[in-house]
Design a protein around this ligand. Structure first.
Ligand SMILES: NC(=O)c1ccc[n+]([C@@H]2O[C@H](COP(=O)([O-])OP(=O)(O)OC[C@H]3O[C@@H](n4cnc5c(N)ncnc54)[C@H](OP(=O)(O)O)[C@@H]3O)[C@@H](O)[C@H]2O)c1
Length: 430
């Protein structure tokens, strides 16, 4: 007879400390729900002498992964190291040793999810990853179970708290990107190396994970078109507002017949839409389905306790199965018809901001380039002139046009002698 469910923790950082704390403070309630106590057997760290935000017996700490991955009393390995390596290898080893795995690692799941899930089927173990997208917002299990009968046609989401915080501050305070990023770093909302967040890479990992569940596919991060927020200027928010829009870093996946478009980029969205109201470090995911209609999931997408909620939820689900001797590993049934739609086929409206000489005839040349590429202008406004430099800012909104034509037009506009600079171009998501 088993006396307890053994848990091995890989990583004792922000989330690891949160999970260790919840396992200790909620021990009785968790044991009641699981049927057996959940007992932390060993914790992997890099530095055993580091101060931790959670009280933990030094005897539990180790720097040797095998002490967890091959520990005879560990039933569930929780991977909270982050990054691709060695996290992926540790997860593989744990599964191959017959252990169930819970991970919060979006990078590993986005890049290797299908292979790892296949491996877990082979070894008849469970691999769960609820915390990998939206932290405590229950997304993965909702997609896997509650929405399984639905045909999902689109996902539009704000999946990165750091960029949403930066864009919210820029919009509300009229600040520029660089100083807002610094402020976010000071407050701990952005990492010292913010590349993955501000370039949209983090959001693209999360979009891949949701898309694979929604469309039963095995897409990888390279399938997602990805553009970050570093080019957004304070004045883009002013002009967006004039047109009735907010600017958000959106992660979008849409299925049209068998083609799936997946993209992460800054987008104009109507100011009265629900996503436009999502500010600061909050995340939101809007899903269009045939049966359940339109759903919006909303909540804080980061933080020790938020992520712990999802991690421990996964642990409990596995623990209950262990206690009952049940095997609840879902099948991996791919829909092989789903293929990636090339970005060049996207059709949407565009916002363009140009810097040009303030003189007659300039607009005519710009309009001609757009017209030659089948792009119709819906409105054009000449903003702020600089009399000293004899330049003006020209803001253009187009009717829906094809991305391929827009990219050609951008190239040609950059070569026009009457255009000093194509300062920004942003897609409109209505
Ligand atoms: N932070 C959040 O709010 C949040 C939310 C949702 C999901 N996640 C995901 O959760 C995971 C963990 O994030 P985190 O913020 O907790 O990271 P973190 O604070 O950087 O903690 C990482 C931990 O892993 C340990 N570690 C790293 N590399 C190691 C290695 N090669 N060998 C042994 N130990 C190693 C570190 O040990 P030392 O402490 O000894 O250096 C540290 O304890 C990531 O996948 C992240 O994407 C985070």
């Amino acid at each position: 007879m088993k006396k307890d469910i053994g848990v091995g923790l890989l990583g004792l950082g922000v989330v690891g400390c949160g999970v260790a704390e919840v396992l200790a403070t909620k021990a009785d309630s968790l044991a009641e729900q699981a049927g057996l106590p959940l007992v932390l057997k060993k914790v992997l760290v890099r530095d055993v002498n580091k101060r931790r935000s959670v009280g933990i017996s030094p005897n539990l700490l180790t720097t040797h992964s095998e002490e967890i991955l091959a520990h005879p009393d560990v039933d569930i390995v929780i991977e909270l190291i982050g990054g691709e390596h060695p996290a992926r290898e540790y997860i593989e080893q744990a599964i191959s040793n017959g252990r169930h795995v819970v991970t919060a690692n979006k990078e590993v799941i986005a890049k290797h999810g299908y292979e790892l899930l296949s491996l877990s089927r082979k070894y008849n173990t469970d691999l769960r990853y609820e915390a990998s997208v939206g932290s405590g917002i229950p997304l993965i299990s909702s997609f896997q179970q509650d929405l399984a009968a639905n045909k999902i046609s689109s996902i539009r989401a704000i999946l990165n708290g750091t960029t949403n915080y930066i864009l919210s501050r820029m919009s509300q305070e009229g600040l520029d990107f660089a100083s807002t990023l610094k402020q976010a770093q000071k407050l701990g909302y952005a990492e010292a190396d913010p590349t993955n967040d501000i370039e949209g890479i983090d959001a693209s990992y999360k979009l891949v994970i949701l898309s694979n569940l929604a469309f039963r596919a095995k897409f990888v991060p390279q399938d997602v078109y990805c553009e970050g927020i570093a080019n957004i200027a304070a004045r883009d928010f002013l002009y967006a507002r004039e047109f009735g829009y907010a600017i958000k870093l959106l992660a979008i996946a849409k299925r049209d017949d068998d083609k799936v478009e997946m993209r992460v980029h800054p987008a104009f969205i109507p100011r009265d839409s629900q996503l436009a109201e999502v500010n600061d470090v909050y995340n939101a995911v809007e899903v269009e389905t045939d049966l359940a209609g339109k759903l919006v999931f909303y909540g804080e997408g980061a933080g020790a306790l938020r992520a712990s909620s999802a991690v421990i939820g996964d642990v409990l689900a596995i623990a209950r199965n262990i206690y009952r001797g049940a095997n609840n590993v879902p099948d991996l049934k791919l829909d092989r018809r789903a293929t990636v739609k090339p970005m060049s086929e996207l059709k949407t409206r565009y916002y363009l901001r140009l810097n040009a000489p303030d003189r007659p005839g300039v607009l005519a040349q710009i309009s001609k380039v757009l017209g030659d590429n089948s792009i119709s202008i819906s409105s054009v406004i000449q903003k702020e002139s600089d009399p000293a430099a004899q330049t003006a800012i020209i803001v253009i909104m187009t009717y829906p046009a094809e991305e391929e034509g827009m990219q050609k037009a951008l190239k040609q506009l950059r070569q026009l002698t009457v255009v000093n600079e194509v300062s920004n171009f942003i897609r409109v998501e209505t």
